[in-house]
Design a protein around this ligand. Structure first.
Ligand code: TXA
Ligand code: MG
Length: 318
């Protein structure tokens, strides 16, 4: 990436401005995490309630230690998965502004591995607070064009790094308590993390009952078009119901679909990794086309589809 762009972004951050940038998961809307006015501007641009805390992005573990308490467990996961699509919830340092943490004693930290994110964070030196660069509850952007569609001129600079590699938001693990919890499943799987941690992690369903987990209000990661999840063996039946409407259908299994003239069919990969890479872009494209509904084939119950299942369930809950 052009050094001039990196320097321009860093200068804007130092002036308290907003810069959207690519990470390997989704695009982030970044501001200087030490500048409370800049952090407030993130909430305003996204129309996000301040009850939803922000993740602070840093270049390396040394900078992370300026923002959070790093214990042995954290070091283990950091060594294994950072830089990468993992966010850890840790006890916060005393100076952290309460807007970042929503007044909690914990802070979300991530070291992203996208080379542009790395270059930006290294050049900035400090922490960058960055939620996904979309309007509150909408689908996260996986391209620079999508960021512009969501936030327009409210962002001072959007850095184009092409399509995000992972396509879904990071896995979030709460390490702030004795027992680790998974707060948001991601493409970095629970099994991989448990293996490194050497112990089990409590799963989202169980956690959500006890605590306030991110993205737990029912609609999240959602297109504006009414979106419905359908079991594979019910697709034929459901399509007949909507025969007179312009309907979009997303599947992953190689089933044969009766070709109604009103139907727009997108078949995504049957591999979870590739499906995750494409799903937000496809949802966004379909959302722009005035379909009466987006029907989505429910994805497999397997562990590698956990994050996709989570997002689709939230996108379709009405
Ligand atoms: O992949 C990602 O994580 C992207 C990229 C840009 O890094 N970021 C992202 O941020 O998805 P956001 O704000 O859209 O989602 C982060 C979630 C929020 O639902 C927030 O509530 C939760 O993380 N979170 C942040 N700090 C937290 C904390 N201290 N305790 C519990 N949840 C926290
Ligand atoms: Mg988000």
């Amino acid at each position: 990436m052009n050094k001039i762009i990196i320097q321009k972004a860093v200068n804007l951050w130092r002036e308290g401005k907003l810069v959207a940038f690519p990470t390997e998961t989704v695009y982030g809307l970044g501001a200087d995490a030490a500048n409370s006015a800049a952090i407030q501007a993130i909430f305003t641009a996204k129309q996000r309630p301040t009850t939803h805390p922000l993740i602070v992005h840093v270049a390396n573990l040394d900078v992370a230690a300026e923002w959070a308490y790093i214990d042995e467990r954290t070091r283990k996961l950091a060594n294994a998965f950072w830089p990468g699509p993992l966010t850890l919830i840790l006890p916060k340092a005393a100076h952290v502004h309460s807007l970042i943490t929503s007044g909690q004693e914990t802070i979300g930290i991530r070291i992203p591995r996208h080379p542009i994110a790395q270059a930006l964070l290294l050049a900035f030196g400090g922490g960058i607070a960055a939620p996904s660069a979309n309007q509150f509850t909408h689908v996260s952007p996986t391209t620079a064009t999508a960021v512009y569609a969501e936030l327009g001129d409210q962002v001072d600079l959007i850095i184009d790094g092409g399509e995000c590699e992972v396509g879904l938001e990071s896995t979030i693990i709460d390490l702030s308590q004795q027992e680790p919890y998974i707060l948001r499943p991601g493409m970095l799987s629970q099994a991989e993390i448990e293996e490194r941690l050497g112990c089990g992690i409590t799963v989202p369903g169980e956690f959500a009952k006890k605590n306030k987990a991110p993205g737990q209000h029912l609609i999240h990661y959602a297109p504006r078009t009414k979106t419905i999840l359908i079991a594979s063996d019910e697709i034929g039946l459901q399509l007949k119901k909507y025969i007179d409407e312009p309907v979009a259908l997303i599947t992953y299994s190689q089933m044969s679909i009766v070709d109604y003239s009103n139907l727009h069919h997108v078949c995504l990969s049957a591999l979870a990794k590739n499906y995750a890479h494409d799903i937000y872009r496809v949802l966004r494209e379909l959302d722009d086309k005035n379909f009466s509904r987006i029907l989505i084939e429910a994805v497999p119950d397997d562990i590698e589809w956990a994050a996709i299942r989570d997002r689709l369930t939230k996108a379709s809950h009405r």
